[in-house]
Design a protein around this ligand. Sequence first.
Ligand SMILES: [Zn+2]
Ligand SMILES: [Zn+2]
Length: 347
Amino acid sequence: MQGMMNGLVFRGDRTVEILQFPIPAPGPGQVLIQMKTAAICGSDLHTYRRPKAEFTDRAPWITGHEPAGIVAEVGPECHRIHVGDRVTIYHYLACGHCRYCLNGMYQWCLERRGLGQPNAAGPDADYMVVDERNCLSLPPELSFDDGAMIACIAGTAYASLRKLQVNGEDTVVVFGQGPVGLMNVIIAKAMGARIIGVDVMDERLQLGGVLGANMVLNPQQVPIVEAIRDVTGGLGADAACETSGSAIAQANLIDALRPGGKAVFVGFGAQGPSITVSSFIGKQLQLFGSFVMPIGYYWDLVEFIIEHQLSHKYQQMITHRFAITEGAEAFRVADSARAGKVVFSWE
Ligand SMILES: [Zn+2]
Ligand SMILES: [Zn+2]
């Protein structure tokens, strides 16, 4: 396909620019995606905030990693995906053959390239090229917005909660009510758990309540560990998810769990150490790290979203929708920590 397209690039110190790029051509085993939804992620914001000096000596690259769209063109040697297919994209490109790839863990492949990094153009653009193997077909029940959620945060939340094996007997505390935390609330609720949402921003706590948290707590207003013990018979919570990346939250999480409790850590960004090994030996806690879902969870997650009718909750989570040409404002809103999910939309 000939022509030019809009592409969003970071310039450092919270500035973005929309540049014109040639529409890329798919090579062997690759397809061209016409974007329909591309969502902004908390991890994009880490890059958005980096200083200008880190951007001056390198060519600008198109950012983002949460796409869904329509296949506009297929390159040679593509057999499964066709022009017109509605797809979401698994956001780590990988070799597809190594032991990690064969286990669905593309994010561990030694040849991995994450979309939106300098070596793999992301979806904050009218079009992008990706490997055919990264295209996941969207069933008719799911929208492009659902696809963009699955591309990152729904997959991340689902994979993290599978590690906790959450069920209807559990009280689960979700630290952080940003988009990933809200997604953990939605999915853990659908798994049957009773949910306590924790955040310091009242706008986000309110959204947590709307999306399924049975109770929300602001640690700036209540002593958080005592408050959690108070509502769990003095014992502490059965399980917890840490999505905020705050060192204080990480420490509170350990204290808020009951003996034998489980927790999963998803949020990056904590400055310095937060917990000590001796804090979880006596309580025999099980602590997990979780990062991106294995690609093999895709159909299980799709069925879970359809079965539990989560699409309308995802729509409630999307608080702001922008054209790609409004990229500066979109990132300003996402950076405010008051929004739910912020998306670029071509619909
Ligand atoms: Zn993401
Ligand atoms: Zn590999």
